[in-house]
Design a protein around this ligand. Sequence first.
Ligand SMILES: [Zn+2]
Ligand SMILES: [Zn+2]
Length: 340
Amino acid sequence: MTTVTYMGEGAIDVRRSEPKEPGAGEVQVAVAYTGICGTDLHILRGHMDHRSPTIIGHEMSGNVSAVGEGVDGFELGDGVTVMPLAWCGACRACRDGHNHVCHNLEFVGIDSPGALQTTWNVPANIVIPLPAAIPLRDAALVEPVAVAVHDVNRSRLMAGERAVIIGGGPIGALIGVVARDLGAEVLVIEVDRERQANIAALGFSTINPLDVDQVEWVERWSDGDGADVVFEVSGSAPGILVATSLARVRGRVVVVGIQAHAQPLDLPRVFWRELEILGARVYTREDFVQAIQLIAEGTVPVDAIVSRVVPLESTMEAFAALESGKAMKILIDCQASEAV
Ligand SMILES: [Zn+2]
Ligand SMILES: [Zn+2]
């Protein structure tokens, strides 16, 4: 088997080893495709070195290749994906049924070995079956789609409402897809020209704050009301500062982008318009199942979102392409090299 391990800032190691049998309670998955994203890029840049280096990757699809002792409900060959979370089950969040924001949450692919390996032993409780009809390439997008589903669910967005998305990367685009499917009107704000063109190609209205006054524009676009929901996906200080100015009275601002530090927030505006500020982090199992459904019914424009598929050995090149900002989503074909 082959694994891709993060070795410290800027370095990964692709190595061969003997696969292990799945332990009790584990499912062994022959990983088909693993997507890489901004989080993996953060790891590679050394921003997460306070967490221990490991096999990275958390967006994947594959087939069951073996089943450990005490595991029921999986057959060899079944198409599956993995919800990459491990929770304690005992803290207040877990007891309240919010185990995705467990006080002791571990993220698989950051805190424990992830999906950039050809043969992966995974606890059965986070292995999620896929309908047979979904191509495994498409299913590699379930995790990022589940992020978008969770963000939209948190916002309580309804058909006929207007949603502004600040940040048009892959997650911003997928929030747009989920919101549009719900019957909302979507406007995406993106500062990077290439990303803006990608968003426009998906059929979304888009503006660039370098070209127009975004507050004025959104006001006109919403007949003077402001947006019902604003998703802050950029993770930038200007993004979170402007988000409140774009929302209507009693509008909802959803904090999706990872803000590395405390940032200024326009609290007078929050007060004046009685805004709601909502955090949205990862996903629940229900979000995961809903994401699988959206992909199965063809709602997610997979061909437009997946820029490239490369073999496991080319993981470093894939990161370089992702870094350049030119690629939307790159998938690693984990089995391509195993056959050689
Ligand atoms: Zn990701
Ligand atoms: Zn917990």
